[in-house]
Design a protein. Structure first.
Length: 124
């Protein structure tokens, strides 16, 4: 897995791009890197682009991740727009939203649609 991110403090969001095969351990380590950035704040909303990735997370891992999202104070409690290229990844990311009452997650199949339809509506 390869990940990169850019913080936009003036707009209150983080833009994350993930590529390759995504496992829980790699995703978790990458998110720790984002949280360690001195500019990070849990108030951020975000765009997470998985269009160049394959999400290899089990239902249990998604459930565990959702539980951690609810309790970890470093986690973003903002709204998120996800971009995927595969229907199976779309379904996996929708499970996060279905199990997390605090999050608002929109999932799109291309970045342009996410930025046009989702990002403008969901980010400050």
């Amino acid at each position: 897995m390869n990940g990169r991110y850019q913080l936009y403090p003036d707009r209150g969001y983080v833009d994350i791009t993930i590529e390759g095969r995504v496992t829980m351990s790699e995703l978790g380590a990458f998110i720790q890197t984002v949280w360690a950035d001195p500019g990070w704040t849990p108030e951020y909303n975000g765009l997470m682009d998985f269009s160049g990735a394959t999400i290899d997370l089990s239902d249990k891992e998604i459930l565990d991740m959702t539980g951690a999202m609810k309790t970890d104070p470093r986690c973003s409690f903002g709204r998120w727009v996800f971009v995927v290229s595969r229907a199976s990844d779309f379904g996996k990311l929708r499970k996060i939203d279905q199990q997390n009452d605090e999050a608002t997650i929109l999932v799109f199949f291309d970045r342009a649609s996410a930025e046009k339809a989702g990002l403008q509506r969901t980010l400050r």
